[in-house]
Design a protein around this ligand. Structure first.
Ligand SMILES: Cc1cc2nc3c(=O)[nH]c(=O)nc-3n(C[C@H](O)[C@H](O)[C@H](O)COP(=O)(O)O)c2cc1C
Length: 361
């Protein structure tokens, strides 16, 4: 069972931060499906939290059901990161994470995200500053990093042990470099090398610190493969959960050699979407919920319209996605979902989607 410092998780499956997607409403529906051990907020600006800007406060929203929760901070200033860490604990964080993987210019130009992989002294200072405030409160600090910035310079194998010495209680490795961004396949060997380096380092020091593997888990078997091929202690899932919020439940079954539960029916999938939409309205507002549901339908839609046409091809749900995209009100979104439930708005699965769908089955 996965333990992060003093925090014992119920499963070793984690929901990744995905800026703009892993909000309270989405985390809630993932938790409701089961199998989720720890969910993370999207990356949060400590300055924004400390100033109390509306955007940051919205992103940091949590509640009693949304536990255990990891709040992820980004930035390059140790003192501000430590203040942000304290703010996070005061506002409900069970775990605090430092983002050392974001490749986006806006973040790296200010020494945040994966830029920290190039300035290890600063990365260590940030960790030490945060641990100083978190340790007395019994809240563990974690880091989420890529394998390195450059493809030919893997730094995670030596940076992770160094940050563990500075007080980090778990390290998540996204098996790609910053140069790669999101291209290519996840590098299991690269993650395995970090697992080995951390294992050897901790053995010598007489303790264990878990490494969590991340990247390209879209089906339950991918989670099993991640554990087997890398030796990691836990698996973090990002994009796979956006289309399949029950992926944690299914992956947990696969990891435990249990039969994978039946796929939710179309009606159940639509209920999950309606639930997400209602939570989004409740936790934010109708305007923002409309913005989210329009773009989310392309993710949720990957699991809709999978019944086969007479030629044995999935029927697809393109008309539903389009109808939601142009809907003018929440009532209209709900009407379109009801229409789909009644058998309408099907068709138009694109070639790429057919291949993706075939690969998923
Ligand atoms: C749109 C998008 C936003 C992301 N935002 C964050 C973020 O805020 N913090 C972070 O650590 N990683 C972020 N990531 C990276 C994911 O957490 C994860 O490491 C990556 O997507 C690989 O995992 P996956 O294949 O399971 O999605 C983001 C990824 C995407 C695609």
């Amino acid at each position: 069972m996965l333990r992060i410092g003093p925090v014992q998780l119920k499963t070793n499956l984690l929901l990744a931060p995905i800026a703009g997607y892993c909000d309270l409403a989405f985390r809630t529906i993932c938790r409701e499906q089961g199998g989720l051990g720890l969910a993370s907020t999207d990356l949060l600006s400590p300055q924004g939290l400390l100033r109390g800007t509306a955007t940051s406060l919205d992103l940091a929203q949590t509640n009693d059901f949304d536990k255990p929760i990891c709040m992820q901070l980004y930035g390059g200033d140790p003192a501000i990161m430590a203040e942000g860490a304290l703010w996070a604990v005061k506002h409900g964080a069970t775990v605090v994470d430092i983002n050392m993987g974001c490749p986006v210019d806006k973040v790296t130009k200010k020494d945040g995200g994966s830029r920290l992989l190039c300035i290890p002294d600063t990365a260590e200072e940030i960790v030490r500053a945060c641990v100083r405030v978190l340790e007395p409160l019994g809240v563990p600090l974690t880091c989420k990093m890529r394998l390195g910035w450059f493809d030919d310079q893997p730094v995670a194998s030596w940076l992770a042990p160094r940050l563990i010495d500075a007080g980090v209680c778990a390290v998540t490795i996204h098996g790609r470099t910053t140069q790669q961004k999101f291209q290519g396949e996840v590098n299991h060997d690269g993650i395995a090398r970090v697992v080995e380096a951390v294992g050897n380092h901790c053995k010598a020091a007489g303790h264990t610190v878990p490494v969590i593997g991340n990247g390209d888990v879209r089906q339950p078997q991918d989670a099993v493969n991640m554990l087997r091929r890398t030796g990691c202690a836990g698996v973090m899932i990002g994009r796979g959960a956006l289309s399949t919020p029950w992926l944690f439940r299914d992956s947990w079954a696969a990891i435990n050699n249990q039969p994978i539960p039946a796929e939710p029916t179309t009606a159940e999938k639509l209920d999950i979407i309606r639930r997400y939409f209602a939570l989004m309205i409740q936790t934010r507002d109708e305007h923002y919920a409309m913005f989210q549901i329009r773009r989310r339908m392309s993710w949720f839609g990957k699991r809709l319209g999978q019944e086969l046409d007479p030629r044995g091809r999935p029927v697809g749900c393109k008309p539903l996605k389009e109808a939601v995209r142009v809907a003018k009100s929440p009532a209209e979104v709900l009407d379109r979902l009801a229409e789909f439930e009644a058998g309408g708005l099907r068709g138009g699965m694109e070639v790429g989607e057919i291949e993706h769908d075939a690969a998923a089955r």
